[in-house]
Design a protein around this ligand. Structure first.
Ligand code: PLP
Length: 455
């Protein structure tokens, strides 16, 4: 019998609304707090930093559905809808009774899911009369997506790129420059927060937290300039729900419904994007799907962090966010999944973990690359090192299903491809990569510093 491998929707079926899970959550996330006054933030408090529309989306706890602007949907048509693929090759290699599906977000022009939010954020900035935007980028994925989106909507962009990635991933820098962005290695001497860190630690290789501080500082000091963020915040995850909403229709085409949904976890946007549309049926309709966030064991905020108010950045400029965190002073090891090197988790996901509606697992670097290679050999796509964490978690669940002899249906998000991460694969294949485990004392030291930040 002929079997279907790729489940495709026409572009007319690109969602017209994003899904805001907060409206359906019984326990809402705790409020963001102003870092100075420790009072709950209103949308107006965010206007100096973010576009007004995304500030409102950020704190919206009422509307389950938010319309996607026609101009944004029009740009989504460049690469959406993305395929849902049945991973027959991977299933066969694992000899598992599980049915494995993946949503392929790597087909976007920039190679990852990040464009889903970049286009929305650039659009709102343009609408509101902003001319310049700033951001930070870790592995370069967010900066790349925003560069393209800024070009599409006619904005000037300055990107602070974590220094270790600036050096390890020169092609991401080239992509950003090709789309017209200015790229600065962080920490840099161009901001006060950058200069402070460089004075204390001249060889510091940078972190997402530091780069965020620098980008925020520039945005606050430049007229007509707004800051944008590629993960962690609620509005970013909201924009990413197009992934899960499409996947829901495509799983129906396949005649299945997932028992398990898996995403890799940096700040939570691609995980939330694929999960929340399905999680709504757990919350509202009595479904029993499991949701698994796969984080690196070198940066284990969900599995070993604490739930506490913390800053989103290292210098303490952002609002205080109620999050699972390792502390904003935590400096993760230089693993190749740069997009997962972040100390905290978004407030929605953190509340959902607290309420045991979703789960988390940690994955060693070597296991992630092993799974990445297996996926490349069986499904043809070199996954991003970040996405390889989701694949490793999927492999573990598929092998468990085999042991138990049950035909589980597993859906994971392929958040990006790894064609610009081949130096990482080179090092893995040469046997030069290692695992990084974080000692308990290291975690405790950083978490102890959270005292007094609000609870
Ligand atoms: C940025 C990135 C991630 C991690 O960010 P989330 O907000 O947790 O999704 C994962 N995969 C890829 C390919 C990325 O670029």
């Amino acid at each position: 019998m002929e079997r279907t491998k790729r489940f495709i929707l026409s572009e007319q079926e690109i969602p017209t609304q994003w899904y805001n899970i907060v409206a359906d959550m019984k326990n809402k996330p705790m409020p963001l707090l102003h870092p100075g006054t420790k009072q709950a933030m209103n949308p107006e408090d965010l206007f100096p930093i973010f576009a007004q529309e995304v500030s409102k989306q950020e704190l919206n706890q009422v509307d389950a559905w938010i319309p996607i602007p026609e101009e944004v949907r029009e740009q989504y048509k460049v690469y959406r809808t993305t395929p849902l693929v049945r991973a027959y090759g991977l299933e066969k290699a694992l000899d598992t009774p599980a049915h494995i599906y993946f949503k392929n977000e790597s087909v976007s022009p920039v190679g990852s899911h990040k464009l889903n939010s970049a286009l929305a954020q650039a659009y709102y900035c343009k609408q509101e009369g902003t001319t310049n935007i700033t951001t930070e980028t870790g592995a370069g994925q967010w900066g790349t997506a925003l560069s393209y989106a800024a070009k599409v909507f006619g904005l000037d962009l300055a990107v602070y790129m974590v220094k270790v990635s600036y050096e390890q991933k020169p092609y991401r820098r080239s992509l950003m420059q090709a789309w017209g962005a200015q790229v600065i290695a962080s920490p840099s001497m161009s901001t006060q927060s950058g200069r402070k860190i460089l004075t204390e630690k001249p060889n510091y290789q940078g972190s997402l937290g530091t780069a965020i501080s620098e980008a925020l500082e520039l945005a606050m000091q430049t007229p007509n300039c707004k800051y944008t963020l590629g993960s962690v915040l609620n509005h970013v995850t909201l924009h990413q729900t197009v992934i899960g909403l499409e996947a829901e229709k495509q799983m129906a085409l396949a005649g299945e419904y997932p028992d398990i949904v898996i995403g890799c976890f940096g700040g939570g946007s691609n995980f939330g994007g694929i999960s929340f549309p399905f999680l709504r049926h757990n919350i509202l309709g009595g479904k029993k799907t499991r949701f698994i966030a796969a984080e690196p064991s070198s940066c284990p905020k969900l599995t070993r962090g604490v739930f506490h108010y913390d800053f989103g950045d290292e210098a303490g400029y952002t609002p205080l966010i109620p999050m699972f965190t390792l502390g904003h002073t935590f400096a993760p090891a230089h693993i190749h999944a740069g997009g997962l090197r972040y100390h905290g988790a978004g407030s929605i996901v953190s509340q959902l973990i607290k309420d045991k509606l979703i789960e988390a697992v940690d994955i060693d670097q070597l296991d992630s690359f092993k799974a990445g290679i297996l996926f490349a050999q069986t499904e043809g796509i070199i996954p991003a090192p970040e996405s390889a964490h989701a694949i490793a978690a999927t492999v573990n669940e598929a092998l468990k299903a085999k042991e138990e002899g049950v035909a589980k249906t597993i859906l994971f998000n392929l958040s990006g491809h790894g064609l610009i991460d081949m130096t990482a694969y080179d090092q893995y294949l040469a046997g030069d990569l290692t695992n990084y485990s974080v000692p308990d004392e290291e975690i405790k030291k950083n978490i102890d510093q959270l005292e007094g930040l609000g609870s």
